[in-house]
Write a protein that binds this ligand. Structure first.
Ligand SMILES: Cc1cc2nc3c(=O)[nH]c(=O)nc-3n(C[C@H](O)[C@H](O)[C@H](O)COP(=O)(O)OP(=O)(O)OC[C@H]3O[C@@H](n4cnc5c(N)ncnc54)[C@H](O)[C@@H]3O)c2cc1C
Length: 387
């Protein structure tokens, strides 16, 4: 017998879990009880707080563009929602995706999709790139796509603090680790915590980020989401790089300003499920720095100041989110597997899950494409722009 019971129990209280609780208790006006169970209220190892905290519209899947567009609208509306003091340090300075001959066609095709969605992305040929970004080496480039508005970066901690702070006014945050899920046939009846507590639920939401696969497994469900290590390097560069957006080289190396310094990284060539948070300095020395020095010659002289490692909530099927209920367990809802673009999508994902719980369907944005059904069918929704 459960000692406590809530209409909705959310496992994981970082960006996705807190956004879900926020939208349930605010926009959706859900009148049931909501609990968020979080094993680490410091969020020291959450993807949310270790993120590069950037937002873009340069995706190949229309639904991803729409989700991020809602993220932008949410950021612009922050003060109306959270009060005059609300500030996530949003810098709307764009992404610049670069293509050599090999990537040109994909960039062009993606741009068509983005234009059709109303995203403010312009294409630049080599000459335009050289004129607009004088610090950029362009001789081996064919094309660039630049977000004039609707893209940039922000502070992840501040976003989480706002969402969580507002959600906590109505939802109960419980410090504990979910180690068991009680299933009664086609329904989830509750969860058990590491300290032995049992908490009953009407609906269970999986918002466990990189651990979402483990949480799903507690209910006997297979979810192809696992932690994959991504390192972020903080570098200082003496030369000025005016107007630098978040730049993604054709090799996948990315860099962006962060106040007076820069952060950068790349997906590791050997990518596997990871449990540790050790920084891969060889990746910086052997891949990131040489590529930066090639693309931005002024960065040949840079100083590595510090670095951190975090885990992507990596969907091994198709690097896209899984959003929606399990088809055979309708009160078990996923919001997982964002694979590196989940922070910017947290407002849209939180609203979508809140709509599913309150109305039994998507209302604002149809995200059926991201449903769990494709996992069982083995039918990937391939996103071409995974950074
Ligand atoms: C290095 C890096 C760079 C990134 N850059 C970007 C970016 O630029 N833009 C972008 O949009 N996204 C980016 N991401 C991805 C983004 O951070 C994630 O997709 C997003 O934060 C996922 O949020 P979440 O709340 O689902 O997961 P998390 O933030 O990981 O939160 C999950 C929470 O669940 C808790 N939890 C897990 N298991 C249990 C359990 N059994 N019981 C109780 N609690 C549990 C954890 O403690 C954690 O707090 C990046 C990620 C990394 C690692």
């Amino acid at each position: 017998m459960s000692s406590e019971r809530f209409d909705v129990v959310i496992v994981g209280g970082a960006a996705i879990g807190s956004a879900t609780a926020y939208f349930l208790t605010h926009d959706l006006g859900f009148d049931g009880s909501v609990a968020v169970i979080e094993r680490d209220p410091t969020y020291a190892h959450a993807a949310t707080t270790l993120s590069a905290a950037s937002i873009r519209q340069q995706f190949s899947t229309p639904e991803n563009i729409r989700m991020s567009a809602f993220g932008i609208a949410f950021f612009r509306d922050l003060k109306a929602r959270f009060g005059a003091e609300a500030d996530i340090g949003f810098r709307e300075r764009g992404y610049l995706l670069l293509a050599s001959e090999t990537g040109e066609e994909t960039l062009l095709a993606n741009h068509e999709v983005q234009k059709a969605e109303g995203a403010d992305i312009v294409l630049m040929d080599r000459e335009a790139l050289a004129n607009n970004f004088r610090w950029l080496k362009t001789s081996d480039l064919r094309l660039g796509a630049f977000g004039r508005s609707g893209e940039g970066w922000f502070d992840a901690h501040s976003l989480l603090t706002l969402l969580r702070g507002a959600a906590r006014k109505s939802a109960t945050y419980i410090h504990g680790e979910v180690t068991g899920i009680m299933r009664d046939g086609a329904r989830i009846s509750g969860v058990t915590l590491a300290d032995g507590r049992e908490i009953g639920c009407g609906t269970l939401v999986n918002a466990a980020g990189p651990q979402a696969g483990d949480v799903a497994a507690l209910a006997g469900v297979k979810l192809p989401v696992e932690p994959r290590k991504r390192c972020v390097f903080v570098v200082a560069c003496r030369a000025g790089l005016p107007g630098m957006p978040l730049m993604v080289d054709p090799t996948g190396v990315w860099v962006r300003p962060e106040g007076e310094v820069y952060i950068c990284g790349v997906s590791p060539p050997e990518d596997a499920c990871a449990a540790d948070f050790e920084v891969d300095y060889a990746l910086f020395e052997e891949v990131v720095w040489p590529m930066l020095a090639h693309r931005v010659p002024a960065m040949e002289e840079l100083k590595l100041q510090r670095a951190w490692a975090g885990h992507y909530d990596y969907n091994t099927l198709d690097q896209n989110a899984v959003i929606g209920a399990h088809p055979e367990i309708p009160n078990f809802i996923f919001a997982n597997g964002f694979s590196g673009h989940g922070l910017q999508q947290s407002p849209a994902a939180g609203r979508a899950v809140a709509e599913l719980i309150t109305h039994g369907k998507f209302v604002s944005l149809d995200l059926a494409l991201f449903g769990y059904e494709r996992v069982t069918a083995g039918r990937p929704v391939k996103e071409l722009n995974v950074i």
